[in-house]
Design a protein around this ligand. Sequence first.
Ligand code: PSU
Ligand code: MN
Length: 308
Amino acid sequence: MHPALQLSPEITAAMAQGSPIVALESTIIAHGMPYPQNVETAREVEALIRREGAVPATIAVFAGRIHVGLTGDELEQLGHAKQVAKVSRRDLPQVLATGAIGATTVAATMIAAHLAGIQVFVTGGIGGVHRGAETSFDISADLLELAQTPVAVVCAGAKAILDLGLTLEFLETHGVPVIGYQTDRFPAFFTRDSGFPVDFRIDTPEGVAKLLAVQRSLGYAGGAVVANPIPEADAMAKDAIDAIIERALGEATQQGVTGKRVTPFLLERIQQLTGGRSLVANIALVKHNAVVGAQVAAALHAQLRSTK
Ligand code: PSU
Ligand code: MN
C-alpha cells in the first residue's frame, strides 16, 4: 500500500478478503451539502452500499494521510465545513504536506481510489466544462482525471450550471466513455435528460462491468462515466431549475467568483434559491447512485475473479 494511504479497519479487512469496494468522495459532504444533511446522507449512502454486498470507502485527508474509509468522528469533522480545504489534484500535495483537513473532489478521490486499487467510485455529479469556458478557461480537473486515471465514476451526470455539450465533447476528445445506465440520454443531475445523448446505453450492472473490464484489459489510462439518471419521482421540473441556475450563474459573475470557489458558490445558491428542494433531489440521486455503484462493483469483482 502507498505510504500516504491510511486504510480503515473495515477497508483493510475488505481488501484481505477480496470484497468489492466502492469509493466515495468528501467534497460533496464538506462543500456540496449543508450540515447536518451532509453527514446523514454520507452515512446512509455507506449503509446502502453495504446492503448491496459491497464495502464503502469514503475518502478524505487528515493529518498528512489520505484516509480510505472514515470513522463517524471524521465524517462529523468534514460536515462542519468551515476550515476544510477543497482538494482537487492540484491541491492534494499541499494539503498532505501541511497536515490540513481536506475534502477530496472527484479528481482527488479518483487519484486516491486508484492508489488503493479501487475501481468503482460513486458520487452525485462530476465537474465539467463551465459555461463561458472559451474565455474563462474554467474546466474542472475532474475531466482531466477521467482522461488519465482508471476509475469508473457512477454519477447522475453533471449539473446544468455547466456547459454539458462542451463537457461531453471534452470527454470524447480524451477517450472517456460515457455510459448511460438504463438511459439513452445524458442526465443533468436534477433532471433526467440534458438534451444530449450518451455514447453507449447499458441496462445491467454486468454489462457495465464487462465494458469496464475490457477497457482495463486494453490498458487504457483513463476512467469512465456511468451516468445514472435521478429517479423519475425525485426529478425536478426543468424550467424551474433552469431559471434558478441562470440566476445563480448571474450572481457568480456579478460577484467575481472564480477558480475553485465557483462550483461550491453555485451549489449553495441553488440550494438557497430552491428553498431546499434541490437538496432533497440531490440526496435521492446520490442514494440511487450508491445502489447502482455497489452493484457494478460487485459485478466487476465477479468478472475479474472468473477471468483470473
Ligand atoms: N457538482 C455537484 N456537486 C458537487 C460537486 C460538483 O453537483 O459536490 C463537487 C465534486 O466534488 C466535484 C467538484 O468533483 O465539486 C468539482 O469542482 P470544480 O468544478 O472546482 O472542479
Ligand atoms: Mn473550476
